[in-house]
Write a protein that binds this ligand. Structure first.
Ligand code: ACO
Length: 370
């Protein structure tokens, strides 16, 4: 058995393991589609509508979106027991860790705890989408010794999150930006965290357990945790004039520039292109160019040193300009990955449901070597 010749693809690079109807990526042309719709064309929709599209496979009509949004708004609150759990958390952790704990606890409180039918999972999934922003905002406020802010049913998914987080209603552009960020973060084919949710679902474990796998995997700095790392890099650089030297040091020490590079995109990530434009817009509106300029200087240096001089396709990925936008929205680094998860959870749910619908246990092999 040990002598069998097998091809090993480290990191499963370019290995296709399943078919999906949920999204597709063209890593050469830089195109991302959700259910056949280019992401550029989905930005005029609400996050509610995009999450519906991902989970149900169609853009909702007026009646459908009205019922779905109503349910999402109704489910936004979190029970007293979940708030108590947040109070017991270590406040030095990232919000991501609190979110993971809460999802685990939430599974115990869910009225459909033992119902793993399609309908039961849709109800549980809707509650997860609704409550993620509330959990993250509540943890942030408890940690900062502030009163928790109750959700406002008159606000969109994104605007309500900023309201619960900061205690004041966001401006129009801020609301537009956070909604766009949730949409751009929602889905990305078989990325590592989504794959991990499908692995867990393939054992026929429950929805909450699969989501916890996704959260645990998204947290790593090579994946969604890069968003926090970019924010920390922006802080460390602190003035645009220092960005070039910072990047040159990283490169000469053979360190990664966080928020750059991608396993699938060998060109500019289409999500980063959109976020960059939005970051520019908010920098102008807030008359605060600093963070945008630091980001531009980082990008220009990476482009000159890695793309032009060394021919490596290292472009900004989804996390880079998202981190810049978070800086303008007063989202702290400790919150960054959990804010990514607020968007991504609907993609995870869509994939878990797709896995259940046509399941085969995911179980690859490893070649034993001495
Ligand atoms: N900075 C500098 N060099 C880089 C970077 C980077 N960010 N990313 C890749 N490279 C270089 C590597 O050093 C390597 O060079 P070499 O061939 O001379 O050794 C080459 O590009 C290929 O790198 P791999 O690690 O083999 O590429 P892989 O596809 O495995 O990595 C990854 C993809 C993990 C995203 C990588 O680009 C990276 O570490 N980026 C920084 C972290 C990050 O931003 N992650 C978020 C990705 S998006 C998301 O998950 C939501």
């Amino acid at each position: 058995m040990g002598d069998r010749v097998v091809e090993i693809k480290k990191g499963l690079e370019d290995v296709f393991v399943l078919e999906t109807k949920i999204s597709s990526i063209d890593g050469i042309k830089g195109i991302l589609e959700y259910r056949g719709f280019n992401i550029h064309d989905l930005l005029h929709l609400s996050y509610d509508a995009v999450s519906y599209l991902l989970i149900h496979g169609k853009i909702p009509d007026e009646k459908e979106i009205s019922a779905y949004s109503h349910q999402l708004k109704k489910d936004r609150g979190i029970p007293e027991e979940m708030i108590r759990v947040l109070h017991t958390c270590n406040f030095n952790i990232e919000a991501m860790d609190a979110l993971r704990t809460e999802v685990s606890y939430m599974a115990h409180c869910d009225p459909d705890m033992n119902d793993n039918s399609y309908d039961g999972n849709i109800r549980k999934g809707t509650r997860l989408i609704s409550k993620f922003p509330t959990i993250v905002a509540a943890f942030h406020r408890i940690r900062n010794n502030q009163e928790i802010v109750a959700p406002d049913p008159h606000l969109s998914h994104g605007a309500n999150f900023l309201y619960m987080l900061r205690g004041t209603r966001p401006g129009e552009l801020e609301a537009e930006l956070i909604e766009a960020d949730f949409i751009l973060s929602a889905e990305h084919e078989l990325n590592t965290s989504t794959f991990s949710t499908r692995v867990t679902a393939s054992t026929l474990s429950d929805l909450h357990s699969a989501i916890i796998s996704g959260l645990s995997t998204l947290k790593g700095p090579l994946h969604g945790g890069a968003r926090m790392a970019v924010m920390e890099m922006l802080d460390e650089i602190s003035v645009p004039e220092h960005a070039e030297e910072h990047v040159l040091n990283l490169i000469s020490n053979k360190q990664r520039v966080m928020g750059f590079g991608h396993r699938v995109y060998k060109t500019y990530d289409p999500r980063a292109k959109i976020s960059k434009e939005l970051a520019k817009k908010i920098a102008e509106e807030k008359h605060e160019q600093k963070w945008y300029e630091i980001a531009q200087n980082i990008e220009n240096t990476v482009n000159r040193e890695l793309v032009e001089k060394r021919g490596k396709p290292i472009y900004p990925n989804v996390d880079f300009y998202a981190a810049v936008i978070y800086r303008y929205l007063e989202i702290t680094p400790q919150l960054a990955t959990s804010v990514f998860a607020i968007g991504r959870v609907s993609g995870w749910i869509a994939h878990i449901l797709e896995q259940y619908a046509d399941n085969r246990l995911i179980r690859p092999r490893a070649k034993f070597v001495r």
